[in-house]
Design a binder for this molecule. Structure first.
Ligand code: GDP
Length: 358
């Protein structure tokens, strides 16, 4: 799937850069453009991709300091300018636009849903948000910001692909030290997903294409991704159980939103050397995913790559009814209740707003 990436805020810019680098290093060419937008000049200076500094008249390049309403306002005031910077990047080639942001901060949290709304008005292709959920140990303001942002992203985006900052960090990582690891993990998993629809070698009917990714995400709501790999035999027949066990690992232990396997739709992409991928294995793993997710809409396909391993990449669409999301929303609401009204990012949202994600 050919994508244009727009990172908003610090995490958004860093993850966008990691994705663009992964795609470039692997030679996939699925990323057709990458732009980082921020109110903080220092954060943009750290990046090698194209950048756009907004809101200088309001915050003089110093960022919004966790105020996501200000982040949203500045994005709204500068939407035309950002769209101008995007001109030429969202060419007829792009099959989707992906807005990338940390949901717990200020610029990305408020700016990403606002930018998504503007993009939806102008472009015909799907606009997704790739959003990072704050870890449990992060402060109340991050949780409350993310609560509001998650709701607005679900409303504005064609789908919110969610990464929980607790999902992929190592046990002994501090969150800060873990960011690079998490960003690399996001780049690899999401980067492979974009590239999966772009496979050129050994094109056959069983190869995944972009429309399958788009169809898996078409019901909106929240999506998650997971990935696992294992060494494979040269004989495809011996890889049936390899494919079923890596798929089980991907779904049960590696999803970007843990403990959320009930889904509206799913996509299983089995990557590996075309001669090592067993059709029977892919079909068996796909069926298993239908049982496990409770969805009758699980697509399956191959991603032929020159690797000795076999990997399963799992995309789930419509996972918002999970206990994990409920637990997060409770945490966000609790955090917002402890805040003064004028500082509360969730002020003005009704209980229905918060309970009812769809
Ligand atoms: P903004 O610049 O105002 O949009 O704020 P940030 O992007 O710094 O957003 C803060 C949130 O993003 C917090 O929940 C952080 O945990 C998370 N975050 C910040 N930097 C990174 C990063 O490099 N990687 C990941 N995965 N999360 C980050």
């Amino acid at each position: 799937m050919k994508v244009v990436l727009i990172g908003v805020g610090q995490a958004g810019g860093k993850v966008t850069q990691a994705l663009a680098e992964f795609d470039y290093d692997m030679g996939f060419e699925a990323v057709k453009g990458a732009l980082a937008v921020n109110t903080a000049e220092a954060d943009l200076r750290e990046l090698d991709i194209d950048t756009s500094l907004i809101g200088q008249d309001r915050v003089k390049g110093h960022g919004v300091g966790g105020d996501n309403e200000l982040g949203a306002e500045i994005m709204q005031e500068n939407a035309t300018e950002v769209m101008g910077d995007l001109d030429g990047r969202i060419t007829s080639q792009a099959e989707a636009v992906v807005v990338v942001a940390g949901l717990g901060g200020g610029t990305g949290s408020g700016g990403a849903p606002m930018l998504t709304r503007e993009l939806q008005r102008i472009y015909d292709v799907p606009v997704y948000v790739l959003g990072v959920l704050p870890g449990r140990d992060e402060g109340g303001i991050y949780q409350a910001n993310a609560g509001r942002s998650l709701k607005t992203c679900v409303r504005e985006a064609d789908s919110l692909i969610l990464i929980d900052n607790d999902a992929w960090k190592a046990a002994d990582d501090s969150l800060e030290a873990g960011f690079d690891r998490i960003n690399d993990a996001i780049a690899q998993r999401v980067g492979l997903l974009f590239a999966a629809g772009e496979a050129v070698e050994g094109v056959g009917e069983s190869v995944v294409d972009s429309s399958e990714i788009i169809n898996t995400l078409k019901n909106g709501g929240i999506a998650s991704v997971g990935y696992a790999a294992a060494p494979a035999s040269e004989d495809a027949g011996e890889n049936i159980s390899v494919i079923t066990s890596v798929t089980r690992n991907a779904l049960m232990t590696s999803m970007s939103l843990p403990d959320a396997t009930e889904a509206d739709a799913g996509l299983l992409v089995v990557a590996g050397h075309p001669e090592r991928i067993s059709r029977k294995g892919v079909e068996r793993a796909r069926k298993w995913m239908e049982d496990e997710t409770g969805s009758l809409e699980v697509r399956g396909g191959d991603f032929p790559i020159g690797s000795e391993k076999i990997a399963s990449l799992v995309l789930l669409g419509g996972v918002e009814r999970s206990a994990r999301i409920q637990e997060f929303m409770d945490r966000a609401r609790e955090a917002s209740e402890g805040m003064a009204e004028d500082r509360d990012p969730m002020e003005g949202m009704t209980n229905d707003d918060l309970n009812d994600l769809m």
